[in-house]
Write a protein that binds this ligand. Structure first.
Ligand SMILES: [Fe+2]
Length: 128
């Protein structure tokens, strides 16, 4: 793999690791028990995604806490009705980011599909 690809995959791996902390922090914060359960499941899946990218980059990275600090604050300030669509947008954005990667690395195809589903899951919480 060339240096640009390696960079893209490392960025993806970092994003997945950070998302694990972010979703767990949200799960600790949200008032709704069903929201918390959904975020725990998403955190677990992001952990599996990080492992997929780790398998491709063969590098261990450390998760960064920035989003795990920021999102609970935003939840308190904005409320779930305004925050969850932003999270969904973030997930749908990952679908686009991963599309060219998945074309070359088939393992990323199911990751890409999961991000679409994550966006749908987060939006569906607002319908409950
Ligand atoms: Fe993910």
């Amino acid at each position: 793999m060339d240096r640009n690809e390696q960079k893209t995959l490392l960025k993806a791996q970092q994003g997945e690791l950070d998302a694990v902390l972010m979703y767990n922090a949200l799960a600790d914060t949200v008032k709704s028990r069903s929201d918390a359960e959904a975020f725990r499941r998403l955190a677990a899946e992001e952990g599996k995604h990080a492992a997929v990218f780790r398998g491709l980059t063969d590098q261990a990275l450390k998760p960064k806490k920035t989003l795990a600090i920021l999102l609970p604050l935003l939840y308190r300030v904005m409320g779930r009705k305004r925050l969850y669509p932003l999270i969904a947008k973030f997930e749908y954005g990952a679908v686009d980011t991963y599309a060219p990667v998945a074309a070359k690395y088939p393992a990323v195809e199911s990751v890409k599909g999961d991000e679409k589903r994550h966006g749908d899951t987060v939006m569906s919480l607002l319908k409950e």
